[in-house]
Ligand binder design. Structure first.
Ligand SMILES: Nc1ncnc2c1ncn2[C@@H]1O[C@H](COP(=O)(O)OP(=O)(O)OP(=O)(O)O)[C@@H](O)[C@H]1O
Ligand SMILES: O=C(O)[C@H](O)COP(=O)(O)O
Length: 400
């Protein structure tokens, strides 16, 4: 894989595919970690006289413009962090993008509007994606892949565009891959993996692979309820991937055969309603045993006994990979589980990798010092798929 040091960028339009998919509350960025992580590559290119065209997705709009997913606030923050003006194009490949990119001087930076406002970006149809990639390619001379959080997506800007332009990996991708490699090669044992979060269907597949690698797998967050259901427990109205229950039963069985320890919640914090994340009004959750969640309640965090159990299971680990918060940490009533896991990792001597946009944001928003962890990855699904040993579209596309 080439790096940006291998490219002659002066006076060239360099398309940087970043992952600036940050959590927003209205128009306010609640955690700018992914923007900060994107800055070094953008700054380096601009300092070397490139005309830097930055592009990203934000959220999951449905292939058409949707103001709540505009990257405009991200552009303002990027400008603050770079300490220079970032021109914002009001579309991705339309008149505004062409005019803004056309008007750039050497060393300038433009941010395009959300890539996913265009159906071609995420299309499953190769021709449709390719046509959109052609339009993106017309805006640049060179391509730099640096959006580690999105490299697992076979999307136009990640996968098809690098095939159309001379390309290289940015500094963030190089760093992320370097650290994750350590977890696939000579991992120090015991190796514990903590999985949580809400993108359950995306993440269940990784367990198949982890059963071959990890010594201990702790499950929390929205993932937990599919496991509890697979054990035959009722989970009320909790997040559930019903169609995955048989697969999860298979994982539990294989884990037993292989001597991999699965650790599931023994209690949860549950409520009738999902909490109001805007007002943060008290949610008054009930603590319920994990095998007795009342039919009208949903589990929204791990409970106090589970916090202690998970801390104990992490205390003697030598390596820990953690992806996905233990609960709806954005609300203070459901933040304790995530805090307990973060604290347990800080207290343990293990080499710790925290993966995921939301997991990393949780660590920072809950007041932990991010530098105290071995590595905080900007990619959740991406780091999991990397650990799975899958071919990653956005990394394969950067190979020579
Ligand atoms: N029990 C639960 N029920 C519903 N949602 C939950 C539950 N536990 C955690 N969540 C939600 O999961 C979300 C984070 O999940 P996600 O899978 O996106 O994490 P991530 O891997 O860190 O991020 P990414 O994959 O986007 O990089 C949070 O917004 C949190 O509120
Ligand atoms: O947050 C993420 O995991 C990445 O930005 C990818 O987003 P996606 O899951 O919507 O493709």
């Amino acid at each position: 894989m080439k790096t940006i040091d291998d490219l002659q960028v002066e006076g060239k339009r360099v398309f940087v595919r970043a992952d600036l998919n940050v959590p927003l509350d209205g128009g306010t960025i609640t955690d700018d970690g992914r923007i900060r992580a994107a800055v070094p590559t953008i700054r380096k290119l601009a300092e070397r006289g490139a005309r830097v065209v930055v592009a990203s997705h934000l959220g999951r709009p449905k292939g058409a413009p949707d103001p709540q997913f505009s990257l405009a606030p991200v552009g303002r923050r990027l400008g603050e962090l770079l300490g220079k003006e970032v021109a914002f194009a009001a579309d991705t490949v339309g008149d505004s993008a062409k005019a803004t990119v056309g008007a750039m001087a050497d060393g300038g930076v433009t941010l395009l509007e959300n890539l996913r406002f265009n159906a071609g970006e995420t299309s499953k149809d190769d021709a449709e994606r390719g046509a959109f990639a052609d339009e993106l390619a017309s805006l640049a001379d060179l391509y730099v892949g640096d959006g580690f959080g999105a490299v697992h997506r076979k999307h136009a800007s990640v996968y098809d565009l690098p095939a159309r332009l001379p390309h290289a990996a940015g500094g963030l991708i190089a760093t992320e891959v370097g650290v994750l490699k350590k977890l696939t090669e000579d991992v120090k044992r015991p190796y514990a993996v903590v999985l949580g979060g809400a993108k359950v269907s995306d993440k269940l597949g990784v367990i198949d692979h982890l059963l071959e690698k990890a010594d201990r797998i702790l499950i929390g967050g929205g993932m937990a309820y599919t496991f509890l259901k697979a054990k035959g427990y009722e989970v009320g109205t909790s997040l559930l991937q019903e169609d995955q229950v048989p697969a999860v039963q298979g994982y539990l069985k294989r884990a037993e055969e292989r001597g991999v320890e699965f650790v599931l919640p023994v209690d949860v914090l549950a409520a009738a309603e999902f909490p109001d994340l805007k007002t943060k009004a008290p949610a008054n959750p009930t603590t319920a045993a994990a095998d007795e969640i009342p039919a009208d309640l949903q589990g929204l965090d791990i409970g106090p006994e589970t916090r202690k159990l998970y801390a104990a299971k992490l205390a003697d680990a030598a390596t820990v990979f953690w992806n996905g918060p233990m609960g709806v940490f954005e609300h203070p009533d459901y933040a304790e589980g995530t805090k307990a896991v973060a604290q347990a990792l800080l207290d343990s001597p293990a080499f710790t990798v925290v993966g995921g946009g939301d997991s990393a944001a949780a660590v920072r928003l809950l007041g932990f010092d991010e530098n105290a962890f071995g590595h905080i990855s900007t990619g959740g699904g991406a780091s999991l798929e990397y650990l799975e040993g899958k071919t990653i579209p956005g990394l394969a596309a950067l190979e020579d």
